[in-house]
Design a binder for this molecule. Structure first.
Ligand code: HEC
Ligand code: HEC
Length: 306
């Protein structure tokens, strides 16, 4: 009962507050739409928006200058800074509390740099997802942003050089990519892809003995193989030289994950037969490793010289 006057006061107060709001004239502003070109900009591109071929040799320079201090020279996550890294506790709540001079309970926890030799994790990454992490940083971990604008909550307190160009970021994530493979695996993949023939049922033709290159072309561009004209007749993408199965289509490939390529070789897709009855899982992973070399310029990383 004694609360009653307070509640009434509160309600009356709210009405007064609402009633006293200044009125705002909202005039619709009609701006002309920006001109949109139907040609899509390349994804794997330099600062000027020109297409770019990621190079492991260039990537290594950036990696050893900038990334190795946390990720370690050989990419296992044991750089000199690794043991000191903290995950910043930054979210709207901790930010508000900080404004009031209150530090979040417990403080910042340790953050461990990624180990690029962890194939289970790396096979689930796409080059685009890694590029995004290198560009925006990863919120709630010590992984800093190297692009112009960090994601909210990403580490922005890193000492030393902070900004890398688009070109440098594409090169460096492909250098990291190579830690999860080996020259031996890539060579085995090359042999199977280019040379090993399997009986393959081809619609409208019957069973044909062919290597992967017979359809995909020895350059991975979907041209030049004995069966590639047939594929081009049956699928739009192959006729235009982009999309699934055209490994030189860099912008398409960088969005794929190794696990997805594995699944398509294992079970087949569209005009491509399944290979699970012909190849071991290790052989299929080698094919996946080899296929990526159509996307970037491969050189073995440090510690893997053949
Ligand atoms: C200040 C230390 C630090 C530096 C310098 C650093 N990283 Fe990281 N990085 C981390 C940490 C910590 C993680 C793990 C984040 C997590 O827990 O998910 C990470 C994760 C990553 C990942 C995600 C890997 C995955 O599988 O999810 C990529 C990609 C990456 N770093 C790229 C780079 C590149 C490229 C550079 C150099 C340009 C670099 N990092 C420099 C600390 C660092
Ligand atoms: C009969 C022709 C043919 C042969 C032989 C063939 N492929 Fe394919 N492959 C295709 C076609 C066509 C596609 C695209 C499928 C679609 O678009 O439906 C494709 C798609 C793929 C993809 C999916 C790419 C992506 O972006 O997900 C991979 C990986 C692949 N092939 C690898 C191989 C490998 C490795 C071999 C040999 C072991 C092989 N292919 C043999 C025709 C073939």
């Amino acid at each position: 009962m004694r609360r009653f006057p307070a509640v009434v006061l509160l309600i009356v107060g709210m009405f007064i507050l609402v009633a006293c709001q200044p009125t705002v004239g909202v005039r619709p502003s009609i701006r002309p739409l920006p001109e949109v070109s139907l040609e899509t900009a390349p994804i794997v591109a330099n600062e000027q928006g020109r297409p770019l071929i990621p190079s492991v040799v260039e990537g290594r320079k950036v990696f050893e200058r900038v990334c190795a201090q946390c990720h370690g020279v050989e990419g296992v996550g044991d750089g000199p800074l690794a043991t000191f890294l903290k995950a910043p506790q930054k979210n709207p709540f901790t930010d508000t509390m900080r404004l009031l001079g209150i530090t979040a309970k417990g403080g910042d926890l340790p953050s461990r740099p990624a180990n690029f030799h962890n194939t289970v994790q790396m096979r689930l990454n796409s080059p685009t997802s890694m590029y995004e992490v290198a560009t925006l940083g990863r919120p709630h971990t010590a992984m800093p942003a190297f692009g112009p604008k960090p994601a909210y909550g990403a580490n922005d307190g890193m000492p030393g050089p902070r900004f890398l160009t688009d070109t440098e970021r594409w090169h460096v994530i492909f250098y990291e990519w190579t830690f999860a493979t080996s020259p031996a695996s890539i060579e085995r993949g090359r042999q199977i892809f280019q040379e090993r023939e399997f009986p393959v049922p081809v619609p409208g033709v019957g069973t044909v003995r062919t290597a992967c290159a017979g359809c995909h072309g020895s350059n991975g561009d979907g041209r030049g193989g004995a069966l590639s004209p047939l594929m081009a007749r049956r699928t739009w993408g192959w006729r235009l030289g982009h999309g699934p199965g055209i490994f030189r289509d860099r912008d398409f490939m960088v969005k794929r994950k190794p696990t997805e390529l594995f699944a398509w070789i294992y079970d087949g897709i569209g005009l491509m037969p399944p290979y699970k009855q012909f190849l071991t899982t290790d052989e299929i992973w080698s094919l996946v490793d080899y296929i990526w070399t159509f996307v970037y310029e491969y050189t073995p990383p440090r510690g893997q010289q053949p």
